[in-house]
Design a protein around this ligand. Structure first.
Ligand code: ADP
Ligand code: MG
Length: 435
């Protein structure tokens, strides 16, 4: 037994068995890298690292001191990050449309005041497509269930044997471009104009894309004229989507526009309970309430927490209790920067380099502006989940190819220009610390 293990054995006698099992026994002492002044331990995940850092470093240091008669610094670091969630690589050029997710059903959707209106609208449409509200336009913030609701209707139609197309604007656009290039536009038109139900997600991305707006308009008219149901979602109401042809805006408003608000506490509780049931996770009422209170609105975040709780509890062979939950949530908050927006990043870069956000996002070619824009683009690419087309749109570039050229250029600069790299690192640090 090495000295590190001995110390942990000593610690075992001083703390509760559950604490030991849950956290301490996962520690591994690094015999090679530790010195008489430094005791280095590895922990398998961030949760254990934080927990031990906060609660036990002093105690462990003290035990070392008693044993070796000299002052030892204790360091806990992460190794074998088991929960290393693969950064989802967004497929940039997706051809064809997405499939409907079968678990996005009405019965899995929890209804409350915040989403009652949208729910009722979609539900009634699923019973009488093409007649009641056409199009149905659902809008609301991220992760509030727009896609879920839209697909719930899609699933009903599909089960009835109807031809349902579910697509994002991005996929629609890619499909359009591909058919244009292959000179098969009739096939494109036939596909979209002959379906029974068309579901288009995140329609706000039509903004400022004239040629696809034109094509979409004709698709829309053909479907509507034939009494086929159209459902659209967006992050804002039609009026607020800038860069949209007037005729499209008016078409969007012509059916029914329904909003979804962030869920209230009871709805959040119901959603959590439903997700637990679906994912076979058992949580006490106390824990469900706790999670519902701490998470403000984004339902997707709730799902993240549940899967994390589940993964950790399996990994560490422990039951999920309140204390454990609190720790996982703390950990989750640290990951919140995944929700970092391009606005925030641009703002920080802007302040630091004294270039206005509007200039960073402009087509300005002056040296300082290009410099700031490159940095902002690079950091957005690194720290957010935005796709190349989204980046292109945000930074006023022609398309994803322009962005990918820029990123290539930046990567070269990072390799060759020490100052540039330092600036990027410095700003990245700044940004990750504020979120
Ligand atoms: P949006 O499209 O509005 O960004 P999604 O429809 O993708 O949001 O929802 C995010 C996640 O939250 C999905 O997994 C969805 O199942 C879930 N969700 C959102 N609202 C509800 C609800 N009311 N009941 C059950 N699950 C919900
Ligand atoms: Mg969505």
């Amino acid at each position: 037994m090495n000295i590190g293990q001995e110390i942990l054995e000593n610690l075992k006698e001083e703390i509760s068995e559950s604490e030991y099992k849950r956290y301490i026994r996962h520690l591994v002492y690094d015999v090679k890298k530790s010195t008489p002044e430094l005791a280095l331990f590895y922990a398998p995940n961030a949760l254990v690292v934080n927990w031990i850092k906060n609660k036990y470093t002093e105690k462990v240091a003290h035990l070392f001191e008693v044993k070796t008669n000299s002052k030892v610094t204790v360091k806990i670091t992460l190794k074998n990050l088991v929960d290393k969630r693969k950064k989802q690589k967004v497929v940039e050029v997706k051809q064809g449309n997405s499939l409907l997710n079968p678990s996005h059903s009405f019965s899995n959707f929890m209804v409350g005041g915040s989403n009652q209106f949208a729910y009722s609208a979609v539900k009634s449409i699923s019973e009488k497509p093409g007649i009641l509200y056409n199009p149905l336009f659902i809008y609301g913030g991220v992760g509030l269930g727009k896609t879920h609701l839209m697909q719930a209707a899609g699933n009903v139609f599909q089960n009835e044997g109807k031809v349902v197309i579910y697509t994002t604007v991005e996929q629609f656009l890619n499909d359009f471009v591909r058919h244009l290039r292959n000179k098969t536009m009739e096939r494109f038109q036939e596909k979209y104009r002959k379906c029974d139900v068309l579901l288009i997600d995140d329609i706000q991305f039509l903004s400022n894309k004239e040629s696809i707006q034109e094509e979409f308009f004709h698709t829309f008219e053909a479907l509507k004229g034939a009494g086929k149901q159209i459902i659209l979602t967006a992050d804002k109401p039609p009026k607020k989507i800038g860069g949209l042809e007037a005729r499209l805006q008016s078409r969007f408003e012509h059916g029914l526009v329904a909003d979804i608000q962030p869920p209230e506490l009871e709805t959040k509780i119901a959603i959590i309970e439903k997700k637990c049931e679906i994912n076979k996770v058992q949580l006490s009422k106390e824990i469900v309430n706790y999670i519902a209170t701490v998470i403000d609105s984004n339902v997707r975040e709730i799902e993240g927490i549940l899967s994390k709780l589940h993964a950790y509890s399996q990994l560490m062979h422990v039951d999920i209790d309140l204390e454990f939950t609190k720790n996982v949530l703390k950990d989750q908050m640290a990951e919140k920067r995944e929700n970092l927006t391009m606005d925030t990043i641009t703002e920080v870069v802007s302040k630091d380099l004294n270039i206005k956000p509007s200039e960073i996002r402009s087509k300005g070619r002056s040296k300082n502006i290009v410099y700031a824009r490159r940095i902002a683009i690079y950091i957005c690419r690194e720290l957010t989940q935005n796709t190349m087309p989204q980046l292109a749109q945000y930074f006023g570039m022609k398309d994803h190819t322009a962005i990918s050229h820029t990123i290539k250029k930046i990567n070269e600069l990072i390799k060759d220009d020490e100052d540039f790299k330092t600036k990027i690192d410095e700003l990245t640090n700044k940004i990750t610390n504020i979120s």
